[in-house]
Ligand binder design. Sequence first.
Ligand code: 5AD
Ligand code: SF4
Length: 433
Amino acid sequence: MMRNRYYIKTYGCQMNFYDSERLKTLLNKEGFSEVKDLETADFIIVNTCSVRKHAEDRAISFLESLKSSKNKKVFCLVGCTPSLYKEEIFERFDFIDIICGPNSYKKFVNTLKEYSGGKIGLFEEDEILYQETLVPYIEKGKITSFVSITKGCENFCSYCVVPYTRGKLISKPINIIIEEIKILIDKGVKEIFLIGQNVNEYGKDIGENFIDLLIRIHDFDEILRIGFLTSHPKDISDDLINLFKKLPKLYKHLHLPLQSGSDKILKLMNRKYTIDQYLKIIEKVKKVSPNISITSDVIVGFPYEEDVDFEKTYKVIEEIKFDDLYVFKYSPRPKTVANEYPDNVLKEEKERRHQLILNLQEKISLMRNMKMVGEIDNVFIRKKSIKKEGTYIGRTFNNKPVLIETDIKDIEGKVLKVKIIKGERHYLWGEII
Ligand code: 5AD
Ligand code: SF4
């Protein structure tokens, strides 16, 4: 009997979750089926992240914790971590059977079909990559989906491992993106998030551009909401900023990683913008779309980050007042340029700076959300909330999650007028009017 049951666990960014859903589509098409119970699985697949050491360690120790139950299970490590370390993985973790990089999932599925033992490493890119449609697995009733528009990245920020794990920038042809969106619409999808490491660079390798793509997608009547991430400050154009006013179905939300508030550190990070330039973008964006929500990433404890540099980051965050912020402690990564720098901010100091910014952001996010109380908004209702019986979760025009208690049934996928009645740190509360 063919071994066909797989269990899959995913770590990391949206791109990784998206990859896992696309891998499921490929596997299911070939007669495999997903199981939610580890014990019954023939294949254990862990899709890994390498962006920080902590993420890497978590993924591998999850797999390691299962190795004693090895009876007839095949252990597969896929995604960014195997791409970074290649066959070295087998030397360090001898219980792993198959490793596969993020661009070889078609080969991976074929390998699982024929697998009869031994160590296998798959890194050569699939020829079909971006040449034919491949949509994520959509569970029944799900109305939102990611669509990747680029893979890889060539910006080489000095701390980032992605150029080494995911390779150079390749844009998905517009016709393939449009075909994929049509397939998703047929499956009931009404909300699309376009994803890529730096979506603003979409098309530069194939003579297309991101603005035209957004306008094309906006034309689909069935698509009610569109979002995108991630943007790089060096590539944001006025044309893109103006779309926040021009395209009503586009979420008024920009995720724009800042990384540091110090020009000295930004330079060492190879980010290619200054704080002044960053602030000018924010100013323009807020002018075009006053209630836009802006979120960001920062790294604390980067090599040579002194107190004065950290204070600049703290000040800029106080000034901009992001709606939300992801704060990371610097983690040296193999192959990157920053890996050659001394990791000279002490662990306790990284911890202290991390906590200071988290505390600051707590207050700012709460304040930003409380400011929305009283507003009436067209909210896109996504699904029932697991937080509380009779509660739905939706998204405001600026992509904030809002919880709505109501007796009205079957409102998923609708856009309804909602009044915001309460703002908390992570959620808004609203009522249908
Ligand atoms: N150490 C800490 N944080 C990192 N990020 C990327 N690489 C590193 C690293 N080596 C953060 C950046 C990026 C986010 C996805 O992860 O802030 O925007
Ligand atoms: Fe995503 Fe980066 Fe992690 Fe790879 S390393 S999964 S691209 S966050």
